[in-house]
Ligand binder design. Structure first.
Ligand code: DQA
Length: 140
């Protein structure tokens, strides 16, 4: 699970857009679903794009897939797209909000067309749906 920039502030950050659940609460809910599905989760949150790229490179041959909320990097990062493609693992892109219903600069994702799936607009539930979808794809 990769949480991109500013997601460490969830719960306090623009709660009308992103909800009141903290990152810790979302991670705990993800761990519960992972346990239910018999999956193991490794979780990263960082504000640094390069750290995400290093992590993908390191984890690429240790994990079966990635769940990613790239946050603002969704709309800016060719490097993140290339990094995920380089390790050749399926990934699911998730967002709390519905970026298509927001400012025009959020309408384009550099990842969506190479993602296995995308889940957005369901608040923290997007993560849980995304994890279920990824596991169903990997083991279904
Ligand atoms: C976000 C949507 C992005 O546009 C934004 O930059 C974020 C959060 C979401 O989860 O709704 O930081 O990825």
């Amino acid at each position: 699970m990769i949480h991109g920039p500013n997601l460490g502030l969830l719960g306090r950050r623009e709660p009308e857009t992103y909800g009141r659940r903290s990152l810790e609460e979302i991670n705990a809910a993800l761990e519960e679903v992972a346990a239910e599905l018999g999956a193991e989760l490794e979780i990263l949150q960082t504000n640094h794009e390069g750290e995400i790229l290093d992590w993908i490179e390191t984890m690429g041959n240790r994990v079966d897939g990635f769940l990613v909320n790239p946050a603002a990097l969704t709309h800016t990062s060719v490097a993140l797209r290339d990094g995920l493609l380089a390790v050749d693992r399926p990934f699911v892109e998730v967002h709390l909000s519905n970026p298509k219903a927001r400012e025009p600069f959020r309408h384009h994702s550099y990842l969506a067309d190479v993602a296995h799936g995308v889940v957005f607009g369901f608040g923290s539930e997007s993560y849980l749906l995304g994890l279920r979808g990824l596991c169903a794809h990997l083991h279904g």
